[in-house]
Design a protein around this ligand. Structure first.
Ligand SMILES: C[S@@+](CC[C@H](N)C(=O)[O-])C[C@H]1O[C@@H](n2cnc3c(N)ncnc32)[C@H](O)[C@@H]1O
Length: 422
């Protein structure tokens, strides 16, 4: 595509994602479906430009107050994810001069909000929480996430798959914490690989893999994935169970569970039972009360730990939405806990970085459930032979706390309890 046409297409896509009426990944996917002739490089430039503008929206909107031409075009120029000389060949002389002027601005001298590019309602609690780590965290959130795979422990060994990928020209290295993980260089097309087609690998962030490890689902157990969605964690749990026992995958969204089906077929697992539930107090849940060994609640959350992949969330979430979510999270944890038998374990997890969705929910549950003993996540990770367990937890070692700037994973939280009273 000619540079001028590509820049115009980027500006059009930037205009669409900035409406914030749909998730950015859905808008980008639809754009690609409607423009099938786009090549892989053009797709990468379009998507990364749109994401760059979402990541640095406050800074770019500030810079775009100067210059001329349509606002979205100015934003697309600032966020353009391609070589500078290629971009400049699409610009007028006036635009080139404006871009040089913007490049010369020392961002460090600008007000703080143009450096952290977060809404105030999010910046304030994060600063209070991470202190001196705020700048490294913000810097990590502005970087695209690495591509992690989980090797299917039921069918394959990590080292064998690593070598297989190497032969296919894909360099992968073992993830530092998860024994199932491989981290890939770049963003190669994976779906055409035999390892993918036969279910030996699934795309899954290392943090998600650690949540499944923490659940410690074993051979022959009765296990529930309460908020299974498209089944990322379900598949990891089913493989850890060696395709034995019974693994229920519940979700209120039948549509999301439908996306589990092809993944399940590839995985060779037959111990998984997906079922749509109406709500967390569904009769199906009541019938299983007191019968389950392991429950994972991967709760619906703000997703604010995934800003590397979903930078639009910081503009699409709000304090009001957060209040509704925290009420839902508490209600789901409450219902899910009823499933456990004595001696069983429940893990509550989110991909949010906010205390309100994490420590606060866990503390309220502990306080109101004397029949549940809080487990130390650090010890559980050590038992699961995860290296550096202490470094993955909060200062007390009680909860899992993964951060993009410290662990190169998404931001994840998890707490765990054992049911001590029947
Ligand atoms: C964070 S996502 C789960 C992702 C999934 N575990 C994975 O690893 O791919 C949260 C899920 O909770 C589901 N959900 C929302 N409300 C629920 C409820 N009351 N009961 C069960 N699931 C619910 C949503 O449909 C969504 O799929």
């Amino acid at each position: 595509m000619h540079p001028k046409a590509l820049l115009e297409a980027c500006a059009a896509l930037v205009a669409q994602v900035l409406r914030l009426d749909h998730p950015a990944d859905a808008i980008v996917s639809r754009h690609f479906r409607e423009n099938r002739s786009l090549g892989p490089r053009e797709r990468a430039t379009l998507a990364e430009t749109a994401y760059a503008v979402l990541r640095r929206k406050l800074l770019y909107e500030n810079l775009a107050q100067s210059g001329s031409g349509p606002r979205e075009r100015r934003l697309a120029i600032l966020g353009f994810a391609g070589p500078r000389d290629f971009l400049k060949s699409a610009l007028s002389e006036q635009e080139k001069a404006w871009l040089d002027h913007c490049d010369a601005i020392d961002v460090a001298s600008l007000p703080e909000r143009f450096r952290h590019n977060l809404p105030e309602w999010l910046a304030e609690p994060l600063k209070a929480q991470v202190g001196d780590d705020f700048c490294p965290l913000v810097a990590a959130l502005e970087q695209p996430a690495p591509l992690d795979l989980r090797v299917n422990a039921f069918t394959d060994k990590r080292e064998d798959v690593r070598k297989e990928l190497e032969l296919a020209g894909i360099h992968a290295k073992p993830t530092p914490y998860s024994p199932w993980g491989l981290r890939i260089d770049g963003k190669p097309a994976l779906t055409k690989l035999d390892a993918f087609a036969r279910g030996a690998v699934e795309v899954q962030d290392e943090g998600s893999q650690l949540l499944a490890l923490l659940t410690d689902a074993r051979r022959g157990q009765m296990v529930v994935d309460f908020c299974a969605g498209a089944g990322g964690k379900t598949l990891a749990l089913g493989a850890a169970m060696r395709n034995t026992g019974r693994l229920y995958a519940f979700d209120v969204s039948a549509h999301r569970l439908d996306n589990l089906k092809p993944r399940l077929a590839r995985s060779k697992l037959s111990n998984v039972h997906p079922a749509a539930i109406a709500h967390e107090r569904d009769d199906r849940i009541k019938r299983l009360a007191g019968k389950i060994d392991r429950v994972i609640v991967d709760a619906p959350c703000s997703g604010l730990g995934t800003l590397r992949r979903n930078p639009d969330l910081k503009w699409r979430q709000s304090p009001q939405a957060l209040a509704e979510l925290t009420a839902k999270q508490a209600a789901i944890l409450e219902s899910a806990a009823r499933l456990l038998k004595a001696g069983g374990r429940i893990v509550y997890a989110t991909c949010s970085v906010l205390r309100a969705e994490n420590e606060d929910i866990a503390a309220a549950f502990t306080a109101s459930h004397p029949g549940f003993r809080r487990l130390r996540v650090e010890e559980l990770l050590e038992q699961a032979k995860v290296p550096g367990a202490a470094s993955l937890c909060n200062a007390e070692g009680a909860d899992l706390r993964l951060w993009p700037h410290r662990h190169a994973t998404d931001g994840f939280y998890a707490a765990a309890w054992e049911k001590v009273q029947p």
